[in-house]
Design a protein around this ligand. Sequence first.
Ligand code: ADP
Length: 164
Amino acid sequence: MPRIAVYPGSFDPITNGHLDIVRRARRLFDRVILTVAANSSKSSTFSVAERVRLAKACVAGLGGVEVDTFDGLLVDYLRRKGSRVIIRGVRAVSDMEYEFQMASMNRAIYPEVESVFLMPDERYTYLSSSIIKEVARMGAHVEDYLPVPVLAAVKRRFARRKRK
Ligand code: ADP
């Protein structure tokens, strides 16, 4: 049986920090499914279809990594995919507060599930999609933090907004 891990998130948009976690997860599992949450309560900058398209472009060269989207309960999605592993990235101890709550809830509704927390390279510990969008909107250079396909999309998005 291949060992399948699911990496859920908003990925609005996917950053080098997310990709670092994908690569680490892939070293531990045969298949990694990066899945974009379609029903998140967070308001998003990019549509689900755009987030999926960008993530696909970024993982195109990585064998054993797929991109998908899910709606509804994450544990139901895991069951459908035949996976018992949730990957989450942890940048700082402060991330754990929320992650611990989520992992405990997921375990309560799906006892066989394990949440696996991975630390990114230290270059990415202060990186989040929202901070990138905030500084990109004001014209900062974000080349070091975003994969090439995302860089272009972010530039286009904020250039368009400026013109409006
Ligand atoms: P969510 O809304 O589910 O938190 P995100 O796209 O913000 O979605 O994050 C998805 C996962 O990736 C989370 O586990 C988050 O902690 C992790 N993550 C986000 N940015 C980074 C980063 N720079 N390094 C490592 N993990 C990260």
